[in-house]
Design a protein around this ligand. Structure first.
Ligand SMILES: Cc1cc2nc3c(=O)[nH]c(=O)nc-3n(C[C@H](O)[C@H](O)[C@H](O)COP(=O)(O)O)c2cc1C
Length: 158
């Protein structure tokens, strides 16, 4: 790749929202701060999410066949800060947050702008990520407000 720096700037100009994907299988649950989430069908409504091949939450998405996307708003600083740092060893990733259970027991963050409950419809390996497509079978606005979105100065990192 000749002009990686310039290419990174161009890639980084692809804007994204900010979300927290949650998934649960049996007693294991997880959450991932994720920006690579997009709508990909109207009828039925579907969204795509990208998870790094190394992301442990992938196993829960695949085993449960479902996931929830919590949508962060411009006013969701507390949730953003919470998910920017890793939880303490042995502590729940949801410690200190208000949640309720959604599809297949995965957590809905009740302080988020809103959420989408998805049934897994397909997956495809995509470079260093895996593309998951989910049919949106439930969801609602919670706190509402303006969605958060951002660009990056370098498209080779989140
Ligand atoms: C702004 C932002 C967006 C992210 N988007 C994604 C994403 O779309 N997919 C993904 O698998 N990880 C994404 N991540 C990384 C995960 O949130 C990751 O679990 C977290 O940064 C912890 O990283 P670690 O596994 O290196 O400790 C993103 C991170 C940040 C800060």
């Amino acid at each position: 790749m000749k002009n990686k720096k310039q290419l990174g700037k161009a890639l980084g100009a692809v804007s994204s929202g900010l979300f927290v994907l949650t998934a649960k299988f049996e007693k294991r649950e997880d959450a991932v701060l994720a920006s690579w989430v997009n709508q990909c069908s109207f009828d039925p409504p579907m969204i795509s999410v990208m998870l790094a091949t190394t992301r442990p939450a992938r196993l829960l998405v695949e085993a449960s066949g479902s996931f929830i996307v919590n949508i962060l708003g411009k006013d969701s600083e507390t949730l953003m800060k919470h998910f920017f740092k890793a939880p303490q060893e042995g502590e729940s990733i949801f410690k200190g947050l208000k949640t309720k259970q959604g599809l297949n027991g995965a957590e809905i963050l009740t302080d988020a702008l809103g959420y989408l409950e998805c049934e897994l419809e397909g997956q495809t390996p995509t470079g260093d990520h895996v593309l998951y497509v989910g049919e949106v079978v439930g969801g609602n606005i919670l706190k509402g407000g303006e969605p958060y979105f951002h660009t990056r100065s370098n498209g080779f990192s989140y």
